[in-house]
Write a protein that binds this ligand. Structure first.
Ligand SMILES: Nc1ncnc2c1ncn2[C@@H]1O[C@H](COP(=O)(O)OP(=O)(O)OP(=O)(O)O)[C@@H](O)[C@H]1O
Length: 228
């Protein structure tokens, strides 16, 4: 059911418990979230409220105990471990706190490797880097890039296989205020231009103006702070 109207992400009543015995916690408590293609959603909330757990179930990294998670119409619980890994590579992009780039590879090679891992040998690394304003740094390794530039390359790498869903974890944690705005504006631009759904977890309330919707996680429950 890969029609144009299918949401990029549809989580219904997801509950996830972590830990054992007395330390068992309900990281997700009947969480529902629908994100359309091209939409940019921010998730805020205190430490330990369940934000990373939400990204983990949305990214097919863990299965909820109950409820369902669909990415572009595919119910993630129906996938075997191998199929889940393949699905993740082809359909979901991840952006981490400080880019998480491989030190030995040039910016262009980071993208080519991500393409090859997903069976995509025809990656036009230069043009994807160009779309995030980094074509002029294609031959640089991460050690010769600024924090903001590393984050841009990380975003380009996450987009290289044209995912339906981009999951972004604290992208501005290592950046100053000006670079933070630039990187989150870039995510907003990419959501629109590539028609990709973006879910970003952040503690940085300063950058929320770039998002279409802001949701707050409290004790495993998700509520709206601002709607589009
Ligand atoms: N592997 C684990 N085993 C047991 N409990 C865990 C595990 N991972 C997380 N938790 C607990 O689950 C709850 C939700 O954690 P989660 O990491 O999703 O929160 P978070 O909002 O992302 O926090 P932060 O902002 O600090 O990263 C917390 O109470 C945490 O202590």
């Amino acid at each position: 059911m890969n029609t144009e109207n299918t949401p990029a992400l549809e989580i219904v009543d997801a509950t996830l418990e972590l830990g054992d015995g007395d330390s068992r916690v309900r990281a997700l408590d009947a969480v529902s979230l629908t994100v359309r293609a091209g939409e940019f959603v921010a998730i805020v909330g205190p430490s330990g409220s369940g934000k990373s757990s939400l990204l983990a179930v949305a990214g097919a990294l863990s299965n909820p105990d109950s409820g369902s998670v669909r990415v572009h119409g595919t119910d993630l619980s129906t996938l075997s471990k191998g199929a889940s890994a393949k699905f993740r590579l082809e359909n979901i992009g991840f952006v981490f706190q400080s880019g998480n780039l491989l030190p030995a590879l040039t910016a262009a090679d980071q993208l080519r490797l991500a393409g090859r891992l997903a069976g995509n040998r025809k990656v036009d690394a230069e043009s994807v880097l160009d779309s995030v304003g980094m074509a002029h740094r294609a031959k640089n390794r991460p050690g010769h890039l600024s924090g903001g530039e590393r984050q841009r390359v990380g975003i380009a790498r996450a987009l290289v296989n044209a995912p339906s869903l981009l999951l972004v974890d604290e992208p501005t944690a290592a950046l100053d205020r000006a670079r933070s705005h630039e990187v989150v504006q870039l995510l907003a631009d990419q959501a629109r231009e590539q028609n990709v759904a973006v879910v970003m977890v952040t503690h940085d309330h300063d950058v929320l103006e770039h998002c279409d919707r802001v949701l707050e996680m409290v004790d495993g429950s998700l509520g709206a702070v601002r709607t589009a």
